[in-house]
Design a protein around this ligand. Structure first.
Ligand SMILES: [Zn+2]
Length: 463
């Protein structure tokens, strides 16, 4: 692996290790954007004055979705945007609102959890688990604030049953009764809540720097404390949780930062470069901050009418912008699995470390079409990044992404793509270390070149 490929792979590891939950992923992206000179704006304020041509901005919704963008100095209302979307969430076990359980006459403390998304849940057994999320806490001045929590030690475990007691060939289990983390019998001095084990509340309070009584509520999920790492004889793999889809969240964030790094990056830019990192993809996206919400359309509408000089236009700028824009819907793809080759269509077998994969599906489970492929190919050629194509077998189920729903609500040209990985939705997935740099370079080139390229690929042309 070249040293620059390795640099990107290692930087991605620090991003994913710092981001056990969507809240942490947004915070990780936010810190990088702030460091690169982006300013935070809020949806509740007017942007007429705040957002200027040549500026770099970001906003968050619910602390778990984020949109960042740079406005070209030649921006005019109704111009196009290079849009890139990914998601911040991954399947996980979430602590129930009332989580306190005891088993075997109180000798085991257990924590009730709910499944979030379509995880490969059998991979959560026998792992060293902890909790992370956000807590609403009361500060000493009486104010109530949201604080990110990440307990850095293994406090929970879902044990498998010894083989001597159950010689089953295939591992089957009940998601309600068997997928149940246990913890030890440590008893705190004060039990501040009846809903959760006081020991768990104490740990969270300690992490937040408040007393247990000041933890008012929390949203916690379980995560594997084993850090993500490089793997393989020559470090060509990444072994990690949440590759789907923190890989694309990371690459999107790095690409927009790098594309806007030069002082003069926006001097000749007539469009807007924008990334949107959505929560809740794994549960269908139909939430206030999911890809099916008004988040992206609302932001595009507000930006489409901005003149960048304090004025706004109220014409058909929004509709014009949508037609001139493009959306790259970026989510992980399936690498061919050497032990199950029969599961893959024989002419579409993407591999790890061979570049981003364009996903095509006749039944619109993916939003890719020919104009999108042509533009992406041109961007990849200029960036020197290899591409691969993926289609599922006709007799196989197919996943989906935020691409089709966003392209339906925006009417914008859309392409679905992402890096290849194995074991998607496992607690420990496998990805290609070289592919991190490939995706960052490709996305960066897309941001740099879209405004010029988009006019050359017309579908509803008059000539
Ligand atoms: Zn995904």
């Amino acid at each position: 692996m070249t040293s620059s490929s390795k640099k990107y792979a290692l930087d991605f590891l620090s991003f994913v290790n710092a981001s056990p939950t969507p809240f942490h992923a947004v915070e990780s992206a936010k810190q990088r954007l702030l460091g690169a000179g982006f300013s935070e704006i809020r949806e509740r304020d007017s942007w007429a004055e705040a957002v200027k041509a040549g500026g770099r901005y970001f906003l968050t919704r619910n602390g778990s979705s984020l949109i960042a963008f740079g406005v070209g100095k030649k921006w005019k209302p109704g111009n196009g945007m290079a849009l890139l979307g990914a998601h911040t969430d991954s399947p996980a076990l979430r602590v129930k609102p009332v989580s306190k359980r005891f088993a075997e006459k109180g000798s085991f403390m257990q924590v009730g959890v709910e499944t979030y998304g379509g995880g490969l849940w059998h991979t959560w057994f026998d792992r060293d688990l902890s909790v992370a999320g956000r807590a609403m806490v009361r500060r000493s001045d009486g104010s109530i604030v949201s604080t990110l929590i990440k307990i850095n030690k293994p406090i929970l475990r879902i044990p498998t049953l010894a083989i001597h007691l159950d010689r089953q060939e295939t591992f089957a289990f009940n998601k309600e009764t068997h997928l149940f983390p246990i913890t030890d019998g440590f008893k705190p001095l004060m039990a501040m809540t009846e809903r959760h084990h006081p020991a768990v509340v104490d740990l969270i309070a300690e992490e937040a720097g408040v007393c247990a009584g000041d933890v008012l509520d929390f949203e916690m999920i379980l995560y594997d404390v084993q850090a993500s790492c490089l793997g393989g004889i020559s470090d060509e793999f990444i072994f990690s949780a949440r590759l789907d889809n923190l890989t694309m969240s990371y690459c999107a964030t790095e690409a927009i930062i790098e594309s806007l790094e030069p002082e003069n990056a926006l001097d000749d830019e007539s469009g807007i470069r924008l990334i949107s990192l959505f929560d809740h993809e794994e549960i269908g996206s139909l939430t206030a901050q999911g890809a099916h919400s008004n988040l992206l359309p609302a932001v595009i509408r507000r930006l489409s009418v901005l003149a960048g000089d304090g004025n706004t236009s109220d014409s058909t700028a929004y509709e014009e912008t949508l037609v001139k824009s493009m959306l790259w819907s970026c989510d992980m793809a399936h690498s061919v699995h050497p032990n199950y080759p029969e599961k893959y269509e024989s002419h579409h077998r993407p591999e790890m470390n061979k570049g981003p994969v364009i996903k095509v599906n006749a039944n619109a489970r993916y939003a890719t079409n020919s104009p999108g492929i042509v533009l992406t190919e041109e961007v990849a050629r200029e960036a020197g990044v290899p591409l691969q194509l993926f289609v599922v077998k006709n007799d196989s189920p197919c996943g989906s992404t935020i691409g089709p729903m966003l392209s339906a609500s925006l009417g914008t040209r859309t392409i679905d793509m992402g890096n290849a990985q194995l074991s998607m939705h496992s607690i420990r997935e496998t990805g290609g270390a070289h592919d991190i740099k490939y995706a960052v370079k490709l996305f960066k080139k897309y941001f740099e070149r879209f405004s010029n390229l988009e006019e050359t690929i017309m579908v509803d042309s008059t000539t």
